[in-house]
Write a protein that binds this ligand. Structure first.
Ligand code: ATP
Ligand code: MG
Length: 357
C-alpha cells in the first residue's frame, strides 16, 4: 500500500463546501489512524469557477484532477447560473470533467440501513436489508449515438442510434465482476436481449467474461423484469451491471428504495484504479449556508474512494460502520429526521462520525 496519496478536492457550489469540509476531516482522520498521508489539493468547478475563472471547468482543475490518485467532488449549480448559456452552466463543468478523466463506469450503492427503514416510502419488509450496487456504463449506447431529425412522408422523423463495441462492454462487465467478487459474489447483467442487437452482444460478452470469474454467479435479467423485481424484492440483488440508459433509470429507481437523498454516494471509475467520488444529491441551494446539510453521502463517498481507488478496504468499512453506528445511536440531520426539532447540523454530524471512527 502507498503511504502518500494525492486527492483532488472540488467542493463546488451550494452545500458543496459545507459537506466537503466534513468529508475531508474524516479522510484526514483515516490517514492519521492508518499512517497514510492524504494530500488534499482544492480546485474550482461549477458556478464558483464561472465567477472566478469565467469557465465552469478551468484547465487548472483538469490538470489537478489528472495528477491526483482520486477526485472528491461536492456538488455544482444554483439559481445564480441557471439562466446562463450552455458553455457557462455549472453542469457543463461536470460533464466536462467526466469526459476529460475518461470515466466509463458509474457505481451507485443503495443500502438500506435498518435504523432508516422509516425514511423509505416502501414497505419495511421489502426494503429492510437492501444492500445492492448498480454499475452503469457511461460512455456508449443510445445517449452517445448519432442523432437525426428530418421530414418524412408522414411528418417529422427522429433517430437515436445505439452502438456498443465489444471492448466497451467487456470493460464494464469486468468492473461488475470485480465489485461482485468483493461482496456477495452475485452479478445480475441487465439487458433487453429479446429485442435489441446491442443487448445480444452485451449478453454474449458477459457470458465470455464469466469464465474468468468462476467464483461469481452470473445471471441475466431483462430490463423490464429487473425494474419490477427492484420494487418487488430488492433484497435479491447484490450487484447489477447494465448499459448507459438502462443504468440511468435503474440507478435512480434503486436509489429511491432507501428514500434519503442525503445518504447516497457514488463513484465514477476510469481505467486502472482512478475514480471520481461524489454524493448523488445536488447543490441543494435551498439549504446552502445554513449548516444543516447532511454530510453522510459525501463521507460515504470517501469510503468508496478508499475501497475502489486506494485499496484500503478495511478503512472503508470502518468509515461505513462509523456512519451506521451514529445512525443507530439515533443522530439525524433534518433530511432524515422524524422529528426535525431534534435534528443536528452538518458539523455536528461530521464530528460524531469521527468520534465513532
Ligand atoms: P440536481 O442537482 O440533480 O439538479 P436537484 O437540484 O433537483 O438536483 P438537490 O440539489 O439534490 O436536487 O436537492 C433536492 C432536495 O433535497 C432539496 O430540497 C435539498 O435541500 C435536499 N437535499 C439534497 N441534498 C441534501 C443533503 N445533503 N442534506 C439535506 N438535504 C439535501
Ligand atoms: Mg440542482
Amino acid at each position: 500500500m502507498k503511504k502518500n496519496y494525492r486527492i483532488a478536492v472540488l467542493p463546488g457550489d451550494g452545500i458543496g463546501p459545507e459537506i466537503m469540509q466534513e468529508a475531508v476531516k474524516v479522510l484526514t482522520l483515516v490517514g492519521e489512524l492508518e499512517g497514510v498521508t492524504f494530500t488534499c489539493e482544492e480546485g474550482r468547478i461549477g458556478g464558483i469557477a464561472i465567477d472566478t475563472d469565467g469557465t465552469p471547468l478551468p484547465e487548472e482543475t483538469v490538470t489537478l484532477a489528472k495528477q491526483a490518485d482520486a477526485v472528491l467532488l461536492g456538488a455544482v449549480g444554483g439559481p445564480k447560473w441557471d439562466q446562463n448559456p450552455g458553455n457557462l452552466r455549472p453542469e457543463t463543468g461536470l460533464l466536462g470533467i467526466r469526459k476529460a478523466l475518461g470515466l466509463f463506469a458509474n457505481i451507485r450503492p443503495a443500502t438500506m440501513h435498518s435504523s432508516l427503514v422509516d425514511a423509505s416510502s416502501l414497505k419495511p419488509e421489502v426494503v429492510s436489508g437492501v444492500d445492492l450496487i448498480v454499475v452503469r456504463e457511461l460512455t456508449g449506447g443510445i445517449y452517445f449515438g448519432e442523432k437525426k431529425r428530418y421530414d418524412g412522408p408522414n411528418g417529422e422523423v427522429a433517430e437515436d442510434q445505439c452502438i456498443y463495441h465489444e471492448a466497451e462492454v467487456e470493460r464494464i462487465i469486468r468492473v461488475g465482476f470485480d465489485i461482485a467478487r468483493k461482496r456477495q459474489k452475485r452479478l445480475v447483467s441487465v439487458d433487453k436481449a429479446n429485442v435489441l442487437e446491442s443487448s445480444r452482444l452485451w449478453r454474449k460478452v458477459a457470458e465470455r467474461v464469466a469464465a474468468d470469474y468462476p467464483d461469481v454467479e452470473l445471471s441475466h435479467q431483462l430490463v423490464d423484469s429487473c425494474a419490477m423485481q427492484l420494487v418487488r424484492e430488492p433484497k435479491q440483488f447484490d450487484v447489477i451491471v447494465t448499459e448507459n440508459m438502462f443504468g440511468d433509470i435503474l440507478s435512480d429507481q434503486a436509489a429511491m428504495l432507501t428514500g434519503s437523498i442525503g445518504m447516497l454516494s457514488s463513484a465514477s471509475l476510469a481505467a486502472g484504479s482512478f475514480g471520481l467520488y461524489e454524493p448523488v444529491h445536488g447543490s441543494a441551494p435551498d439549504i446552502a449556508g445554513k449548516g444543516i446539510a447532511n454530510p453522510l453521502a459525501t463521507i460515504l463517498s470517501v469510503a468508496m474512494m478508499l475501497r475502489l481507488s486506494l485499496g484500503m478496504d478495511e478503512a472503508a468499512a470502518a468509515v461505513e460502520n462509523a456512519v451506521w453506528s451514529v445512525l443507530e445511536a439515533g443522530h439525524r440531520t433534518g433530511d432524515i429526521a422524524a422529528d426535525r426539532s431534534k435534528a443536528i447540523g452538518t458539523i455536528e454530524m461530521g464530528q460524531l462520525v469521527r468520534d465513532e471512527l
